[in-house]
Design a protein around this ligand. Structure first.
Ligand SMILES: Cc1cc2nc3c(=O)[nH]c(=O)nc-3n(C[C@H](O)[C@H](O)[C@H](O)COP(=O)(O)OP(=O)(O)OC[C@H]3O[C@@H](n4cnc5c(N)ncnc54)[C@H](O)[C@@H]3O)c2cc1C
Ligand code: SF4
Ligand code: SF4
Length: 1024
């Protein structure tokens, strides 16, 4: 039995007092000094892990004023505050050992739009893609781009002066900031915008911090503009944080925003932003130019610029190969065929993605032609450095390729082995003409350290992203961080560039004095004016005086130091969660994207893959520090017989549970709270660039957790259902009679924690088979098939949910397969075990899975294909089963995967069917874990003469039995409303929708009282 984890790092009394004081003064947001929140917000995407004292989530500017004013009181001057948005910083920008002020949770509304004047006013917790989705119907967009656009906030973008692809045309964030609303640390609020002399004078005359700041900044401009002009490089990525070069606009207006943009939360809390918008370019295209040498690609980029593109991005072979092995490749593979013609056989080692935008197609074609003519001519005369190109025309195709490029940074973290590419020198910027030479020297630095790395970036702006692979758990590798940073900083100086081209300084600020030179003291003046006691995000950008120090890159605690405390065998036993690198892709804002429904519906960072991964790491560390090896414990648990295992621990578990209910602290309970909100939908497994597999480590955690505490009754009901159902189906009246009445429903919710439990159909497949002319998949029947029959035979593997609760789907599937000339055989029912796995009954799962696998493998005697109808149960054979038994796992295909191997035959059957037009609402696990199979559905439908489109939806909210558990019922329905409800409710979609998942169909039935058919039922109905 695992011990209780009573002691974790306690919150300092000063912070507890501060939080109490916040409560007392009417702070309306959330105050979270709990260890779970502190643990999850201790990391960003950087190499650092800094445990905060707590996290607060303000609801308004008023909350922030209260926070600021309190922190100015004498007794709270030791309080340190760090603003936070999406937490996607790559260099510890938002990390602190004080209090994190997370503005993203509540302050994320779009406040006002003026379409004619093309501006929008937002709270700064708004995510960039959220804003652009809102603007799209108005034909407008917020132009600064960044790879993390689906989770980074406007506040974060403003504070790092973010930019990315397209920056040569569109500039940086500050170029689109019209006004900022800031709460300063003395509680004063100010709306800053470029102002004329008269307004400046009036403002500078104020006797508060706002007035003082205006005076100081103007003095710096007046006294040092010459030095500033000389010092600041003339780069697209100017020297941000604090950007002294733009204190006055080209029109001569005083602009405080130039100082605030890029200030990384060191000057104040920015609560609202008024942003400039641009019209969405009408048409766009990408020319994807391939090279067999990355260096050639880099050098060619300068040439390509002459063809007047909007932007050029480059990607090396390492990144490309990682993308090829990711779900994202399915969307772009058509644009990257192997080199052919005169270049056949040459390996692609680099790609330049050359973007063109225009107001109309003719103009776009003309622009592209300038480049393609040149490339064609070079190819004909054998003078090309490239080895061919492809064109992606239209915003849809362009968006897909940019999606792949955006994911590339995260994908780098998915390299195999313990040394993983990490950010610390990853966003250098040099004049584009120096880039190739700079990179060659940069590569030498890394090669001299024998480090592998991947590279990609914005060659048009001279920015290249480089992430060397270092194992931060290995102490001997840590000194390389300092050595390499020093050498790269020196290279940046040599090539007139910057160490921080894009992602901000964060904990690399110690290099700022060397880049700002004598001007650094002016940054200190600004900092001293806004934050004289160094309370706001201290140690970054600048200190108020030399009495305080900037944090050195090797001073802050690292993730590796903490991870190192977990013994290797434990680390390996939980490898499904250990490599999360905090890139935040799981905080995806889009409700129509499958990624993490539990995060979307709660907006709690603890309820996300990153949160769960951080918590389980901390839990393992805490156990390890107590001398407990959870891997060994689990093994022992599985080996124990029922009596000495389950029964003999009953007393202790009851006692522990009573103590828990009385309020005894155990960190495991905080971890459990996070785990129990997970839907086990597996979207993280498919979509996380690192393939963090929450359901896998969650099951392992639950197994041990319930060795200490009692399980809820519902777990036994859910885990046992697959085994009970063959008996129950013989007395459906009894089961349904017990489940259906309203008073029973109430009782079940209260006692068993289950709601709206599905009812048995009462239709018995064993009785239906003969009438359908379908045989059982018994060894003898299989052997007796004629060779003709064998060629068309397929074995349908049953699952409990479809066979007993949605039996008509099985019957219709068998009918259709017969109708299409196939010979379907039905495998006798056997429990799959997935519900056991989901709830952490690992011993029982192992047993059920082994028995089922053995049985299914006996059916594979004649190599007939095994095919499952229910996506999530079927996909268990290639994930949970594979992990358990490796090659012994039976190969069970999804229906569409198998049908897609029969395309010629399907085409020959098309005349049997009327034509139709349908919309597919696919199951999340299928979309994210078997992404290519969605294309299979399109092909199958097309082959049978049907049009089919995939509807982009998020999670339906049911996910197996999640939605039937009373504790999840509200979240389950809220999730349905986020994405499915509108599509299902839309009258235009009537008669067109179909759903592959049993859970999805039952959720639609439960909430909207509609019956969505399975795709095979739809096809059956099309038969003439
Ligand atoms: C995989 C990956 C790819 C990336 N690609 C890019 C890229 O292409 N371009 C790019 O520019 N960056 C990129 N970044 C870096 C990062 O995404 C950006 O810096 C982003 O702007 C941070 O936004 P955020 O909301 O996550 O802010 P956070 O990381 O939470 O905060 C960033 C800084 O802003 C401050 N801050 C946040 N909100 C406020 C506020 N309201 N008031 C005051 N201070 C505040 C914080 O204190 C911190 O110093 C990438 C990061 C990752 C992990
Ligand atoms: S779980 Fe995956 S997507 Fe989320 S932060 Fe970790 S690595 Fe990134
Ligand atoms: S399984 Fe689904 S709900 Fe659970 S962490 Fe992964 S994405 Fe989130």
């Amino acid at each position: 039995m695992i011990p209780s984890i009573r002691e974790t790092s306690p919150v300092q009394s000063l912070y507890l007092a501060f939080i109490e004081a916040l409560k007392a003064c009417g702070f309306e947001g959330d105050l979270n000094p709990d260890y779970a929140n502190r643990t999850v917000l201790a990391t960003d995407n950087s190499i650092y892990q800094i445990l905060p004292q707590g996290v607060v989530y303000p609801k308004s500017s008023e909350d922030l004023v209260k926070l600021a004013e309190l922190s100015s009181l004498k007794q709270f001057r030791g309080i340190v505050l760090s603003p936070r948005g999406g937490g996607t910083g790559t260099n510890g920008q938002s990390l602190t050992d004080g209090l994190i002020v997370d503005i993203s949770k509540h302050m994320n509304s779009i406040l006002e739009i003026n379409v004619e004047q093309r501006w929008v006013r937002v709270q700064t917790g708004v995510v960039k893609d959220q804003l652009n989705a809102f603007l799209k119907p108005h034909g407008l967009f917020f132009a600064p781009e960044l790879s993390t656009s689906n989770r980074a906030t406007i506040g974060g973008m403003v504070n790092t002066d973010a930019s990315g692809q397209g920056s040569v045309l569109y500039g940086k964030t500050r170029d689109h900031v019209l006004e900022l609303h800031t709460v300063f640390l003395d509680g004063s609020e100010w709306n800053s915008k470029p102002i004329n002399d008269a307004d400046f004078k009036a403002t500078a005359a104020r006797q508060d911090r706002v007035g003082e700041l205006h005076r100081v900044v103007e003095d710096i401009h007046r006294e040092h503009h010459q030095a500033i002009a000389e010092k600041f490089p003339k780069l697209n990525r100017c020297l941000t944080g604090y950007d002294l070069a733009h204190i006055h606009t080209d029109e001569g207006l005083f602009n405080l925003n130039s100082i605030l943009c890029g200030s990384e939360g060191t000057l104040g809390f920015i609560t609202e932003a008024k942003l400039n918008l641009l019209p969405i370019p009408t048409v766009s295209a990408l020319v994807n130019v391939k090279y067999d040498s990355f260096e050639l690609g880099l050098r060619d980029a300068t040439e390509l610029m002459k063809a007047g593109p909007t932007s050029i991005e480059t990607v090396d072979s390492k990144v490309l190969n990682l993308a090829m092995n990711d779900i994202v490749w399915n969307t772009v593979s058509d644009f990257f065929p192997p080199a052919d013609g005169q270049y056949a056989g040459r390996e692609i080692a680099g790609i330049n993605l050359v973007e063109y935008t225009a107001d109309n197609q003719d103009e776009l074609d003309e622009k592209i032609k300038v480049l393609t003519d040149r490339l064609d001519e070079q190819a004909t005369s054998n003078t090309a450095s490239s080895i061919g190109y492809s064109i992606a025309m239209g915003s849809d195709s362009v968006g897909k390729i940019w999606g792949m490029r955006k994911k590339a940074v995260g994908l780098l973290g998915n390299a195999k082995g313990e040394a993983r590419p990490i950010p610390f020198v990853e966003d250098t910027a040099v004049p584009p003409e120096n880039l190739a030479d700079f990179i060659m020297e940069f590569r030498k630095v890394l090669d001299d350290h024998h480090l592998p790395y991947g590279m990609f970036g914005h060659v048009d702006a001279g920015v290249l992203h480089v992430r060397p692979a270092i194992d931060m758990k290995d102490e001997s590798q840590i000194p390389m961080i300092r050595e390499i940073t020093d050498q790269v900083a020196a290279l940046c100086h040599k090539y007139n560039g910057l160490l921080w081209g894009e992602h901000g300084k964060g904990l690399r600020s110690e290099y700022a004095p060397s880049f700002f030179g004598d001007l650094f003291v002016q940054l200190q003046r600004i900092k001293a004016t806004c934050d004289p006691r160094n309370q706001l995000n201290p140690g970054k950008i600048a200190t108020p005086s030399d009495d305080f120090a900037l944090t050195k890159i090797d001073e802050a605690p690292t993730r590796g130091e903490e991870d190192r405390k977990i013994p290797v065998q434990v680390w390996e036993g939980y490898s499904d969660g250990m490599y999360c690198n905090g890139n935040g892709a799981c905080f995806n804002w889009n409700p129509d994207d499958a990624m993490c429904p539990s995060w979307k519906v709660t907006r709690e960072r603890t309820q996300s893959p990153k949160g769960r991964s951080a918590l389980v790491r901390e839990w393992l560390k805490q156990l390890s520090e107590r001398g407990i090896d959870p891997v060994k414990q689990a093994k022992a648990l599985r080996e124990k017989p029922f009596i000495s295992g389950f029964v003999s621990s009953l007393y202790a578990r009851t006692k522990n549970t009573l103590a828990k209910n009385k309020g005894d602290y155990d960190f495991s309970n905080e971890v459990m709270e996070s785990m129990s909100g997970c839907l086990a939908c597996k979207s993280c497994v498919g979509q996380c660039p690192i393939k963090v597999d929450v359901p896998s480590f969650r099951s392992k955690f639950m197994e041990l957790y319930y060795s200490r505490y009692l399980r809820p009754l519902k777990d036994y009901f859910i885990g046992g259902l697959e085994f009970m159902v063959p008996a129950l189906v013989r007395v459906p009246w009894l089961y349904n009679g017990l489940m259906k009445p309203a008073f029973m429903q109430k009782l079940l919710a209260k006692v068993a924690g289950m709601v709206d439990s599905p009812l048995l159909t009462g239709v018995r497949l064993d009785k239906e088979l003969q009438g359908l002319g379908v045989r059982w998949a018994a060894e003898e029947n299989i052997r007796n098939l004629s060779s003709d029959e064998k060629a068309r035979a397929v074995i349908i593997v049953q699952d409990a949910f479809t066979s007993f609760f949605d039996t008509q789907v099985v019957i219709d599937s068998l009918k259709l397969l017969k109708q299409l000339g196939f010979v379907p055989l039905l495998a006798p029912y056997k429990a799959n075990g997935k519900p056991l796995h989901v709830h952490g009954f690992m011993k029982a799962f192992d047993k059920a899975a082994n028995s089922n696998a053995e049985f299914l493998n006996t059916l594979a005697v004649e190599q007939l294909p095994l095919v499952g109808i229910e996506p999530s149960m079927t996909l268990a054979y290639r994930s949970e089963y594979q992990k358990l038994m490796g090659d012994k796992a039976p190969t069970v295909q999804l229906l569409q995967e198998w049908l897609a191997t029969q395309r010629e035959h399907l085409q020959s059957q098309a005349p049997q069917l009327n034509a139709g037009d349908f919309m597919l609402m696919a199951h999340c696990t299928e979309k994210t874990n078997a992404a290519a199979s969605i294309k299979d559905w399109s092909n199958v439908f097309a082959d049978l003469g049907q049009a089919m489109t995939l509807v982009d939806t998020g999670c339906c909210g049911m996910a197996g039995t999640y939605g039937h558990e009373a504790q999840n019922a509200d979240n389950s329905k809220a999730l349905y409303q986020m994405s499915w409800s509108e599509v299902v409710g839309n009258r235009d979609n009537e008669g067109k929708l179909m759903a592959t998942g049993y859970s999805c169909r039952s959720q639609v039935k439960r909430v909207d009282k509609k019956q969505l058919p399975h795709p095979l039922q739809v096809l059956l109905a099309q038969v003439k």
